[in-house]
Unconditional design. Structure first.
Length: 408
């Protein structure tokens, strides 16, 4: 933002959290930077709007919301006597503002599809390093916090843990835009219950019921929204369309796409990211994918055509989620039916079974700690509450299956 030095304050009207005020000059510059503005064109919840039409909010809005919650939290902690310097306050806000800057088109839907084994968090660090160089080292402390290298651990825990501000924003936000009321957590209440002991994040004892509601709300949101069978199916076919496009290009077939998307379709080795990779990724967003899919509806390749039409025209295949998987033999038979129906040599693009895992609470590595009135600190699961002692709630596993309706 060229004029950033002249702007003292900016107010954003957020439909979920209300008015968000940003008065830090560095944060204002970062918000106006093209890297961050790209998040306006990245869907927060992938293709969830295929089920919940209102779920069209973006990573941009979520990042602003999480930053607002960080500002509120730091004020609460300071009121409780936690010493936080101005530099730490700025760095924590910058770190959470940029925590999702490495997301690609449709967020998690295409994770590692366009660039094999490249996670959005590593890309976020890459972008933060570039911005740090651009702003003469002003993001150095934010990078330490984001990478969990800063000795005061609670700053990183506010960004990434089982009860971080990222989750407190997206659960409330996704609940609002989908209309799924079960996910509407009281993030403000939870924030007022936060505290710090020995530079680690804890929750005041009286906040235990808010934490229980938060964890169960997250579980409901996964089954009703994030793992809804229809949106999962749409994302599976989206991934397959891009894989088919890459396969065709390997076979020297020409297919239409934007110049930005073409770069990723034509390149396969991203083991060593270079400046050109990052430059093109910083230009890539949902619109590149949608533009390509619209054109791919009319290509000669029947597989790519069917996959693209399924997404653009919402002619999605049959899908279901069950407790037990289909056997390999049953999957093979479904693929054979597809091959016969569509006169194809390989039905792998159309029949898919995926394992869906939900961890309600990770008690070993990221236990939520409570500060009792006696001053004692205990782990949440050690209080004997049945919500956390039920074995079935530790790791919930289901199986998603989809295949063309034509073969039913």
């Amino acid at each position: 933002m060229n004029q950033g030095k002249n702007i003292k304050k900016k107010i954003f009207n957020d439909p979920v959290l209300g008015f968000i005020t940003i008065s830090d000059s560095l944060i204002l510059k970062l918000i106006e930077h093209p890297y961050f503005q790209r998040l306006k064109r990245i869907s927060q919840t992938g293709l969830t709007y295929y089920v919940y039409p209102g779920s069209t909010h973006t990573r941009f809005l979520h990042a602003l919301g999480a930053t607002h919650l960080m500002q509120l939290t730091l004020q609460v902690l300071k009121q409780k006597g936690v010493k936080i310097s101005k530099d730490e306050e700025r760095a924590a806000s910058v770190a959470i503002l940029l925590h999702d800057i490495g997301h690609g088109p449709f967020s998690h839907a295409l994770e590692s599809t366009l660039m094999d084994n490249i996670h959005h968090e590593s890309l976020s660090i890459t972008f933060m390093n570039l911005l740090n160089n651009e702003y003469n080292g002003e993001l150095s402390l934010a990078l330490e916090i984001f990478r969990d290298k800063y000795p005061r651990k609670f700053f990183h825990q506010l960004i990434s843990s089982q009860i971080d501000l990222d989750r407190l924003d997206y659960l409330k936000r996704d609940s609002f835009f989908t209309g799924v009321s079960e996910g509407n957590i009281n993030s403000e209440r939870i924030i007022t219950m936060m505290n710090v002991v020995h530079d680690e994040l804890v929750i005041d004892e009286k906040g235990i019921y808010s934490i229980e509601q938060y964890l169960t709300s997250r579980l409901f949101m996964y089954w009703q929204v994030y793992f809804h069978k229809t949106s999962v199916t749409a994302e599976v076919y989206l991934i397959q369309a891009l894989k088919r496009a890459k396969d065709l290009i390997k076979d020297c077939k020409k297919i239409p796409s934007t110049s930005t998307l073409s770069y990723f379709l034509n390149k396969s080795d991203f083991s060593q990211l270079n400046a050109e990779d990052i430059m093109y990724f910083s230009r890539l967003d949902d619109t590149d994918i949608i533009t390509a899919l619209k054109d791919w509806q009319f290509v000669d390749d029947e597989i790519l055509k069917i996959l693209s039409q399924s997404i653009i025209q919402r002619k999605l295949p049959f899908s279901r989620i069950s407790s037990h998987p289909k056997s390999d033999e049953e999957i093979r038979k479904l693929k054979s039916k597809v091959e016969e129906k569509y006169n194809l040599k390989d039905g792998k693009y159309f029949v898919h079974q995926n394992k869906l895992n939900i961890f309600l609470y990770e008690r070993k590595t990221q236990a939520i700690k409570l500060l009792l009135k006696t001053g004692e600190i205990v782990k949440l699961q050690d209080l004997g509450n049945p919500v956390f002692n039920n074995e079935s709630n530790k790791n919930i596993c289901r199986y998603h299956l989809c295949f063309p309706r034509d073969i039913l």
